[in-house]
Each structure stands twice: as structure tokens, then as C-alpha cells.
Design a protein around this ligand. Structure first.
Ligand code: F0G
Length: 466
């Protein structure tokens, strides 16, 4: 094989056939490719020629880049296929906002006590509601890559196709993960596809309903741990070690190889033109790590001429990486996490050292955003007709904040990664528009209106706004 496992802390080498997630020294492991021999094999043309191929492996937006992922026999691959997600260029044009950016006519569907409530949107006084998403965010050259368009609705499928393929190659019969929801949904689906048993550990009451329903529906044994994600993470590691189950959290280096393809595919969609910034949400830091490794390898292989800067965005209530960043990464921080963006409600991220390395490679930075900023940004992405889950909107809110702080220039090319689908977390979305989220005042609520079944009632509700 042309790759091995290498410890990022002490450099020790291991065979990829070995089941291990950490070095004997405790360090995290990388899949290390032979870049010298890859330099002879890969080119932009090679990958471009595979575009449009209808058969596996190249129909997959992961395995299209298989030399840079895992150079496996294609018969071994477990794929839906995944990837091939859209890259949106949101309009800068002026547009009409959703109906209720002004006064909400009421009555609401929720009950009598809500009737006649007034909603003050910034659209009323500032006209912001009519701005296109990129104007609102403050950059003209804005791209959104929607990883929520993967088979199970999140970017996790890109890592899972590789992780589950590796599990099969290793002869494992059961796979497990701890999850804030999306990893468990993805693992459950890919395990079902591969005929493996799946066990998922989720923090009880802290994962969005769309995700929980997926894990149950795809047939995973779902353990609701009384504790937070970090507790579930410790428990799954112990369980996998003791019971011989294959661990498929992003501590597993094969997962990250698949997630690198987000960067490969985005660059290919951009005609291999490197953006100035790539902005993404950060929780357990697997994706930040994968992005850094992808960019490092592309640069080493001469497929890109310069590095974009990575901006990892955390929720203010779940910001250990941001805190470490403020201290120049002198110290690894952990927090007790709390945010409406449950996907990134993580206080002690497992991939911390790899993510620090990613930021060093890319002259990157970390930002934090409040739940209010997350949900208002989500409303803007949703109202643009694109839609995403709260954690994804953290990246959008972070990009806006960095533009306002003049860290990102208004003329720079900015790629924001939307990591999960709008339908993952209906409770957060509906709660926002009904103004039912504790501690938040929605700036862009779009309240539903209950009406009598008459044309007059319809006309009254439309307020002559057709
Ligand atoms: N966005 C979404 C929608 C996620 O589900 C996650 C992580 C992230 C961003 C953060 O990515 O962990 O690589 O830094 N979800 C994991 C899960 C933790 O269990 O589904 P990260």
C-alpha cells in the first residue's frame, strides 16, 4: 500500500491494517500518503476528466479523488455515492424579504395568547430585509458549498464512506461513534449499507430530532447517554477498546481522509482558483483538521499555488478552541458547552492538535459567534432559498463578523461551508420563527398566520403585498 499511519506528535509509524486511533505516546494519527509518488500520478486534468462519470467510484465526490483519499480497489468501496454538493453563488441583487419582516399579522398557529403579536424586524427600519445574502454578509465574491446535500444531509457522509470501507477491510463486524447527531445518522446509514452493526452514543435530550430519527430509522442501536457529548465520547472510546468495536469518530484518521474531499471538490468547482478564505463551523475539530491536511497536500502536490486562510467558527457557549486561539495555542482549553447549535455543542474537542496544525499551515484563525448571531444568520441563509442547520449558520455569522472587523476584506473571495441540511433541526427553525427560543429575539421571524377559509381572509393576510 502507498500509505501508512503516522503519529503527528512523535512521528512513529504504524501499518494501516492495524486497528488503532492513537499512537503509543497518545498522539493522534494521520494517514500519510507518499506525496513523491503521487506527484507523478495526479493532476487537475485527471480529476476533471472524471467529472460526469456515472459509475462508481468516480460518481462519488469523495472517490473521484481516490489517489488522495485511499488508493483502494473499487470493489471494496462502500458508497451511496456521496459528495457532488452544490456550490452556490448567492445573489447580491436587491430582493423582497419574506412577508413578516414587517408587522406580523397574527393570529398565530400556536394559540390564543400569541394573537396579534407585533414582530419588529430590522427590515422595518433599516431596509436590510431586501438585501441579497452576499450584500448582507458584506462580500461580493461569496460562495456557499452545501454539504447538507449529502445522502444523509451532512458532510459526515464524506468521512463515513471511507471509515466504513476501512471497517469492512479490517474485518470488523460492528462500528460505533459518539455524536451530536449527524455522525450517528451517517454511521447508521453507511453501516446498514455495508451490513455492519451500528451502535451510536448520543447525549440524551441534546440532539436535534431530524438526526435522532435518522439513527433510529437506519437501525442503529441508539444509546442515549445521561451526560453531554464529551461524556459520551469518553464512554464510546472505552466501549470500543474493551468490546472490540471499530470507532468511527473523527479521531479515526480514515474519516478525515474522506472529509478532505470537501476542499478538493470546492476547488474543482471554482476552476482550481483558490479563494482567499474558507470559513467553516468548528466543534470536535475533525473538519478543520481535514481541511488543513487537504490544503497542505494540494500545495505540496502543486495542484494549488497558494494557501487560502481557514477561519474556524465556534459558538460562544462552546468555544474551547477560540479560547486556546486567544492564548496563542499555548494551552488546550475545555469548557462546559451550551449553544442552540447542538451539532457543535462540544467542550473538549478530540482533534485539537490536528486543528492547531491546520491553522498554522493556513495562517488561519478562530472566531466566535453568539446564538443570536447564529440564528439570525440562519434565517438569512434560509430566506435566500438555500437553508441550513444552526451549526452551519455559525460559519455564515462568523464570516459576517470577520468582514465587519475588517479581517476579511470586502473584495476578497470567500467560501463558506454549510455543513448540515435545514431539515435536521426543525425545532430550532420553527422556534425561531414563532419567537419561542429562550433568550433570543429573532430579527427575521416569518410568522405563520392562521386564517378562516375565505378569500377575504387571504386578502387581509396578504395585506395587498402581491
Ligand atoms: N456542522 C455540523 C452540522 C456538524 O454536525 C458538526 C459536527 C460540525 C459542524 C462541526 O464539525 O466536529 O468536525 O468540528 N458534528 C459532530 C457529530 C460532532 O457528532 O455529528 P467538527
Amino acid at each position: 500500500m502507498d500509505f501508512k499511519l503516522r503519529c503527528i506528535a512523535c512521528g512513529a509509524e504504524y501499518l494501516p491494517q492495524e486497528i488503532r486511533y492513537n499512537c503509543d505516546c497518545g498522539g493522534l494519527l494521520d494517514v500519510e500518503h507518499d506525496l513523491d509518488s503521487l506527484r507523478e500520478q495526479v493532476s487537475r486534468e485527471l480529476f476533471d476528466n472524471r467529472l460526469g462519470d456515472l459509475a462508481l467510484p468516480y460518481a462519488s465526490g469523495v472517490w473521484r479523488y481516490r489517489e488522495l483519499i485511499l488508493p483502494l480497489d473499487e470493489r471494496a468501496i462502500v458508497s451511496r455515492p456521496e459528495g457532488n454538493t452544490n456550490l452556490y453563488r448567492p445573489s447580491t441583487a436587491l430582493r423582497r424579504g419574506p412577508w413578516s419582516f414587517g408587522t406580523c399579522p397574527g393570529p398565530f398557529v400556536l394559540g390564543p395568547k400569541d394573537q396579534g403579536r407585533q414582530v419588529q424586524g430590522p427590515g422595518q427600519d433599516s431596509g436590510h430585509c431586501s438585501l441579497g445574502l452576499s450584500n448582507w454578509l458584506g462580500v461580493d465574491d461569496l460562495y456557499l458549498k452545501h454539504e447538507g446535500e449529502n445522502p444523509t444531509g451532512s458532510f459526515k457522509d464524506r468521512g463515513m464512506t471511507v471509515g466504513v470501507t476501512q471497517a469492512k477491510l479490517l474485518g470488523c463486524r460492528a462500528v460505533a461513534c459518539a455524536s451530536t447527531g449527524n455522525t450517528s445518522a451517517s454511521l447508521a446509514a453507511y453501516a446498514a449499507l455495508a451490513g455492519l452493526s451500528a451502535i451510536v452514543f448520543v447525549p440524551q435530550g441534546q440532539i436535534a430530532f431530524g438526526k435522532l430519527s435518522q439513527a433510529l430509522a437506519y437501525g442503529a442501536k441508539t444509546l442515549q447517554v445521561r451526560g453531554d457529548f464529551d461524556t459520551a465520547m469518553r464512554l464510546v472510546r472505552q466501549t470500543c477498546d474493551e468490546l472490540g468495536i471499530y470507532l468511527l469518530n473523527s479521531v479515526n484518521p480514515f474519516r478525515l481522509e474522506g472529509q478532505k474531499s470537501i476542499v478538493f471538490e470546492a476547488l474543482q468547482q471554482l476552476g482550481w482558483e483558490v479563494p482567499d478564505w474558507i470559513v467553516l463551523p468548528a466543534g470536535n475539530l475533525g473538519n478543520t483538521s481535514a481541511f488543513g491536511k487537504a490544503l497542505y497536500e494540494l500545495k505540496e502536490l502543486g495542484l494549488i499555488g497558494r494557501m487560502p486562510r481557514l477561519a474556524a467558527v465556534q459558538a460562544q457557549g462552546a468555544n474551547p478552541f477560540y479560547r486556546s486561539f486567544l492564548g496563542g495555542f499555548q494551552q488546550r482549553e475545555s469548557v462546559e458547552a451550551r449553544t442552540i447549535a447542538t451539532a457543535i455543542r462540544i467542550g473538549d474537542p478530540v482533534s485539537y492538535p490536528r486543528a492547531v496544525r491546520a491553522l498554522r499551515w493556513t495562517d488561519g484563525l478562530v472566531a466566535e459567534v453568539t446564538d443570536q448571531e447564529i440564528m439570525d444568520a440562519k434565517a438569512r441563509v434560509d430566506a435566500a432559498g438555500i437553508g441550513c442547520e444552526p451549526a452551519s449558520a455559525a460559519a455564515v455569522a462568523g464570516a459576517k463578523k470577520l468582514v465587519e472587523a475588517s479581517v476579511i476584506g470586502r473584495k476578497e473571495k470567500v467560501l463558506v461551508i454549510l455543513t448540515g441540511h435545514l431539515l435536521k433541526d426543525p425545532q430550532a427553525t420553527v422556534g425561531y420563527h414563532l419567537e419561542k427560543l429562550a433568550g433570543l429575539t429573532p430579527a427575521y421571524a416569518n410568522c405563520p398566520v392562521a386564517i378562516e377559509p375565505t378569500l377575504e381572509a387571504v386578502q387581509e393576510a396578504l395585506e395587498g403585498r402581491l
